[in-house]
Design a protein around this ligand. Structure first.
Ligand code: MN
Length: 202
């Protein structure tokens, strides 16, 4: 059975950038609901014994799964994975890209400057139509920024996800309402550069 992961910080810890009520509902309602749906959907299959420890193992299996559970995996399981890692991608702790040599070199090499990197990410996030996520991904050893709809993840297309931002309205509507740019701007105060750096080199 999959389980809702604990967060490494309190719901209030990301204030004022993301409010506590949003965090609480996002984690205990939205995320929990899809963990429950995933467990219900996999019950009685050979995957019902999978736990969070096997969270990434279904990645390579997605396309080969029986059609009866492929839909469940493509939606509920990816929902679970994307959120589990999103919670680690953000942090109340202040970290700087400049502290992290490999990530710093890679961003400067592929985007010219941190400002250009951030502007590219912002513009892509602002351009997302409907619900989905904006991703910094590694493709053929080059960093690029891409939008995918719903719960699609770069791993589905043999690209490596490095940093991602949930742009479903449930991620910001209580605080920011229709002001998606405000939420995207606040996100930069929370990016866990240590985690991003680790994903790049691991
Ligand atoms: Mn979400």
């Amino acid at each position: 059975m999959f389980a809702l992961p604990e967060l490494n910080y309190d719901y209030t810890a990301l204030e004022p950038h993301i409010d506590a009520l949003t965090m609480q509902i996002h984690h205990t309602k939205h995320h929990q609901t899809y963990v429950d749906k995933l467990n219900a959907g996999l019950a009685g299959t050979e995957y019902e014994w999978y736990t969070n420890d096997e969270l990434t193992q279904l990645v390579s299996l997605t396309n080969s799964l029986d059609s009866s559970i492929q839909w469940i995996v493509r939606n509920h399981w990816w929902w679970h994975l994307n959120h589990s890692i999103f919670w680690q991608n953000i942090s109340p702790n202040d970290t700087k890209f400049n502290d992290l040599e490999v990530l710093k070199e890679k961003i400067l090499s592929d985007f010219w400057s941190f400002e250009d990197f951030q502007k590219s990410f912002d513009n892509k996030a602002l351009a997302l139509f409907g619900s989905g996520w904006t991703w910094l991904e590694l493709s053929d050893d080059k960093l690029q920024i891409t939008n995918y709809p719903n719960q699609e993840n770069p791993s589905m297309y043999d690209k490596k996800p490095i940093l991602w931002l949930d742009l479903w309205e449930h991620a910001y509507y209580i605080k920011n309402q229709n002001r998606r740019p405000e939420y995207i701007s606040n996100f930069w105060n929370l990016v866990n550069r240590q985690d991003v750096s680790w994903r790049l080199v691991s």
